[in-house]
Write a protein that binds this ligand. Structure first.
Ligand SMILES: C[S@@+](CC[C@H](N)C(=O)[O-])C[C@H]1O[C@@H](n2cnc3c(N)ncnc32)[C@H](O)[C@@H]1O
Length: 245
């Protein structure tokens, strides 16, 4: 199942999307953290950390951050583990990984959600932050998450969802579509940053509804698939691999 239909004018097919997204983040990488800090009013770190704790990340676990990017979730994972456990990050963008390696002391590796470079049952916890829209196929990604988790392992997917209420949708469009791309250009002076943030909203707007994402998580074999929503827009999907498989 695709997370969204093709975005007109951006690419032609799945391979085109993969290359477009990789180049988008390679070019935008050096601006990503700055936009994240200013554009989300400094709330991103606490939001990620609270979500990890709520989803059951605890010291002593082996944790994997898929689509780690510049390491925003990875950093929060390290804090929660407090030196007890292991944290790995994986991402297909060399540019984003390069930024992560500058400041986050975790094991980073090149790779993508649909074909994770890890053996079966390697982790107790797996998260993916704000990247679900970029995979080629949701079912394939969730099957991979299920494969690399140990029995009882926990899943957390953070994503921005298109608001259901009219007012929320109008406000989100105003901010994410009309203001944030231009604002990103203003604070960085980079058209790459503007393009990265324009694509951000285009994919949120086009994304399949949350119920379909929950269903795909369940179909991959996770139990107790739930969605926690804040402000009608910040979604946290959780699930657990069965202890007996
Ligand atoms: C918006 S950034 C999110 C970074 C970070 N997780 C965060 O919370 O800020 C999206 C990331 O998804 C990565 N990505 C794109 N396609 C991917 C795929 N198929 N599998 C895994 N990661 C992917 C991009 O390279 C980029 O680093």
């Amino acid at each position: 199942m695709r997370p969204h239909e093709s975005i007109t004018g951006r690419y032609e097919d799945d391979e085109g999307k993969r290359q477009f997204v990789r180049e988008l983040f390679n070019r935008g990488a050096r601006h990503y953290d700055r936009i994240g800090r200013i554009g989300f009013f400094g709330t991103g770190h606490l939001h990620r950390r609270c979500a990890l704790e709520r989803a059951g990340l605890r010291p002593g676990m082996d944790a994997l951050d898929v689509a780690c990017g510049t390491g925003a979730v990875t950093r929060a994972m390290l804090e929660v583990l407090g030196g007890k456990g292991r944290v790995c990050g994986v991402d297909p963008s060399e540019g984003m990984l390069g930024e992560a390696r500058k400041s986050v002391p975790a094991a980073f590796q090149l790779g993508q959600a649909e074909a994770l470079p890890f053996p079966d049952a390697s982790f107790d916890f797996l998260s993916m932050g704000y990247a679900l829209r970029h995979v080629a196929d949701l079912s394939r990604a969730f099957a991979e998450y299920h494969r690399v988790l140990r029995p009882g392992g926990r899943l957390l997917i953070l994503e921005i969802s298109r608001p259901q209420m009219r007012l929320g949708l109008a406000l989100s469009r105003l901010y994410f579509r009309d203001l944030l791309p231009g604002f990103s250009w203003l604070i960085t002076g980079s058209q790459d940053a503007r393009r990265m943030m324009s694509y951000y909203w285009e994919t949120i707007d086009a994304c399949v509804p949350p119920a379909m994402i929950q269903q795909a998580i369940q179909s991959a074999g996770f139990q107790g698939a739930e969605r926690h929503v804040e402000l009608g827009i910040f979604s946290a999907y959780t699930g657990q691999k069965r202890v007996q498989t």
